[in-house]
Design a protein. Structure first.
Length: 339
């Protein structure tokens, strides 16, 4: 009975939730999605994918993915990138697909500090199949019955095509970084209803942190000892979109090649929607070949609860390399989270 009520709750709020941006727990493992100014931030070439499965214990699913590529051209201090992202919500069979081109420019302030600006232009496709959707106007509260058939009350366009734009700034030195980004500068139309207009509000994001280097350890490799990097990084990411706000606050411990992370997601909205509070645990590995793999799990501590929702699972995979020297080991100039 409880699961049925929760499912009905999500059906009621499904369109509202889908109208907001996807929230990734491993936000720094999704750099271009976080801020277009991260394009080319490695100084090399990078490809990556992210996958998120939210609330797997519920009967209806919500999954999201991102794939990206970026490259930094040192001769012109510029980064170039491509990002593809999508999301699917099973109940209404609603999907979002987006492809964007990204450009960034790096300005050297001192020998160890930089300012980077980025801009993204995107084409967005929103599609929906409403033949199984039951709107609130079809529910008889007194008898609990449904008036008519699913999809009967819907009148509108099931396909929306639009263009959008994002922009951001990023400062980083040897230990600290701070960034600001604004998404949906064009505020595209997102309403499927014929008699309603609803534009996607702009999203504002502030993010930053500080890395504390610890004493390195030694790894014995046959006859040689090599230093093993160890560090603790503290970071935050605050987002505001329309009447919604969220803060991710946490820390990451890097014990080469292992990455352990823990952070808290808070700041519920005035609607008190579930899953806006969670504890997030991360396990990752950073290989000398340039491959980085991370897995995180969201433990819901909101009213929704962990047993009812199943939390959320998220995977990230990145590969950083150099076209000029494929054997070159990856050393990130950015002191941010590994994941």
């Amino acid at each position: 009975m409880k699961k049925a009520l929760l499912t009905l709750f999500f059906q009621s709020f499904g369109f509202l939730l889908f109208a907001q941006d996807i929230q990734y727990s491993q936000y720094y493992a999704n750099p271009i999605y976080l801020n277009p100014a991260f394009t080319g931030s490695t100084g090399l070439t990078r490809v990556g994918v992210n996958f998120r499965n939210q609330w797997p214990a519920l009967e209806q699913s919500f999954i999201a993915y991102t794939a990206y590529f970026d490259h930094f051209e040192e001769k012109i201090n510029s980064g170039f990138g491509l990002i593809i992202q999508g999301a699917q919500e099973s109940f209404s069979q609603t999907s979002l697909n987006e492809i964007g081109l990204v450009y960034s420019y790096r300005l050297k302030l001192t020998d160890k500090s930089y300012l980077q600006a980025g801009f993204q232009g995107s084409f967005v496709a929103r599609d929906a199949l409403f033949d199984q959707v039951i709107l609130g106007t079809q529910l008889d509260i007194n008898t609990g019955s449904i008036i008519g058939e699913p999809g009967d009350a819907f009148e509108g366009d099931s396909q929306i095509r639009s263009v959008d734009a994002n922009a951001g700034l990023l400062y980083y030195g040897s230990k600290a970084w701070f960034g600001v980004s604004v998404s949906h500068l064009l505020e595209p139309e997102i309403s499927y209803l014929a008699d309603n207009t609803n534009q996607l509000p702009m999203k504002y994001s502030l993010h930053g942190g500080y890395r504390f280097d610890l004493a390195p350890g030694d790894i014995n490799e046959y006859f040689n000892n090599t230093n093993q990097e160890r560090s603790i990084t503290l970071g935050f990411n605050y987002k505001e979109q329309g009447q919604f706000s969220q803060l991710d606050l946490g820390a990451e411990f890097y014990f080469e090649p292992l990455v352990l992370g823990f952070w808290y997601r808070g700041l519920p909205t005035k609607y008190s929607l579930p899953n806006n509070e969670a504890l997030i645990f991360l396990l990752g590995v950073n290989l000398s070949s340039g491959i980085e793999l991370g897995y995180s799990f969201d433990y819901s501590i909101s009213k929704l609860g962990f047993l009812s929702s199943g939390g959320a699972h998220e995977l990230s995979l990145r590969y950083v390399f150099s076209f000029k020297d494929p054997r070159k080991r990856y050393y990130a100039p950015l002191p941010s989270f590994r994941y």
